[in-house]
Design a protein around this ligand. Structure first.
Ligand SMILES: Cc1cc2nc3c(=O)[nH]c(=O)nc-3n(C[C@H](O)[C@H](O)[C@H](O)COP(=O)(O)OP(=O)(O)OC[C@H]3O[C@@H](n4cnc5c(N)ncnc54)[C@H](O)[C@@H]3O)c2cc1C
Length: 387
């Protein structure tokens, strides 16, 4: 239902604001549970203005974040495979993850140890590699103070297909989509009223997954989420060494080296290598910021460590992260209005965990507890509210 010029007046059990991967996942699980649900997005779907656009994302068991994520990542990993089965569309393509860090005398050794422990905890078998084997197998050129761990279960989620699969399953279960409809105000109550430029949607519960717009939307409800929107440069590099295997990659050596890479599953013959941070931007004016320093940094990195690639990117795209101060997401209820729940601030790592997060949000909107432990990701850790 695309409604650009029509007046809207809808009633439903649950409204989900945000048609990115989080909102689409929550909407899917709500419709699957038999709830009359409307999925709302400000732009006509699909679009590339948020954080879920593009073709590929890394998924893996290896966890280098909060320990509670190990179970959330494992559960999501299994649910993506289940969604693949349900939708009949190939959503996951295997590609082992190469995680590199500095060797034991330097500060990233614990990060690699955590990676190994989380793979074990998820039932996988990590492989520890010395730098010579790493460089030979992956056609890289890391120096001798590096070491590596391989997560053989990792791979690539075909992001646009994942989004479409979630939305199709939602619609097949009776869900309604209202796109091209920005929610301009939210009036809390036993029945929540969402107002747009034309008309209104009334719901018994609302799930908010507004991505880069989370700061503004939640602030209007008295919830001051300390999030920052960053523009991320997405760079594709032509593969010049035909022996380069298909692999995913993350550098945990130092914050300034926090690059990641994906194989050429998106554009054949081009690997994606990106820096995991970018300049702050307004989500409504994303492309006003200057990306030249980030691109230079990426070129330097590829020149130093990826001799298998040409040293200049052939294709440049962009996307946005919504980053919290501790780079962990927030998944919670509104402190006063418990029929308003929200998931935001996924800090550039949310795609892989969208099934578990969406299911948790769906359960919370139905008045149930999440099945997994999301307590470390509550809003109260930032202790900010105008309420
Ligand atoms: C370049 C890049 C690479 C990434 N790589 C990975 C990776 O390898 N692995 C991984 O797990 N994650 C990765 N991520 C992160 C992941 O993609 C995001 O965490 C995830 O997509 C966030 O989804 P979302 O639904 O929260 O936000 P979005 O996709 O931004 O969705 C929010 C939606 O809300 C809508 N909206 C906002 N306000 C309103 C309003 N007022 N009314 C109506 N609609 C509204 C927006 O239009 C938008 O469609 C990457 C992100 C980027 C940008």
């Amino acid at each position: 239902m695309s409604t650009h010029n029509q007046d809207v007046s809808l009633e439903c059990e649950v409204a989900v604001v945000g048609g990115g991967v989080m909102g689409s996942s929550a909407a899917h699980y709500l419709a699957e549970a038999g709830r009359d649900t409307v999925l709302i997005d400000q732009f006509p779907l699909p679009h590339s203005r948020g954080s879920s656009g593009g073709h590929t994302r890394i998924t893996r068991l290896a966890n280098y974040g909060h320990p509670a994520l190990t179970a959330i990542m494992k559960d999501s990993f299994d649910q993506w495979l289940q969604l693949e089965h349900q939708s009949g569309v190939r959503l996951f393509r295997p590609a082992p993850l190469l995680a590199v860090g500095l060797n034991s005398s330097e500060n990233s050794a614990p990060a690699l140890d955590n990676v190994k422990a989380s793979i074990h905890a998820s039932g996988g078998t990590p492989e520890a590699l010395d730098v010579a084997t790493t460089n030979q197998r992956f056609r890289t050129s890391f120096p001798s103070n590096y070491k590596a761990v391989v997560d053989p279960s990792a791979g690539v989620l075909m992001a646009d297909k994942c989004l479409k699969a979630l939305q199709n399953l939602f619609i097949n279960n009776g869900g309604r989509v209202l796109d091209g409809w920005p929610v301009t105000s939210i009036i809390p109550g036993k029945t929540v009223e969402l107002r747009g430029p034309k008309g209104r949607v009334r719901a018994q519960a609302v799930v908010l997954c507004p991505g880069p717009w989370a700061g503004t939307l939640l602030d209007s409800l008295g919830v001051q989420l300390p999030v920052r929107t960053e523009k991320i440069g997405v760079y594709y590099w032509k593969v010049r060494d035909s022996k380069t295997p298909a692999f995913t990659f993350i550098d945990l050596s130092r914050p300034e080296n926090h690059f990641y890479a994906l194989p050429d599953y998106e554009y054949p013959g081009y690997m994606k290598v990106c820096y995991h941070a970018g300049p702050q931007t307004d989500p409504d004016e994303r492309d006003k910021v200057d990306m030249s320093a980030i691109q230079r940094k990426a070129e330097e990195y590829v020149k130093n460590f990826f001799p298998c690639l040409e040293p200049k990117p052939s294709v440049v795209e962009s996307c946005m992260y919504t980053v919290t101060p501790d780079e962990s997401f927030v998944l919670d209820r509104h402190p006063l209005h418990h029929n308003l729940v929200f998931g935001a601030g996924f800090s550039g790592t949310g795609f892989k965990i969208a099934p578990a997060c969406g299911k948790a949000l769906a359960r919370m909107a139905m008045g149930l507890q999440p099945q997994l432990d999301f307590s470390p990701f509550g809003f109260s850790r930032f202790n900010r509210s105008k309420l």
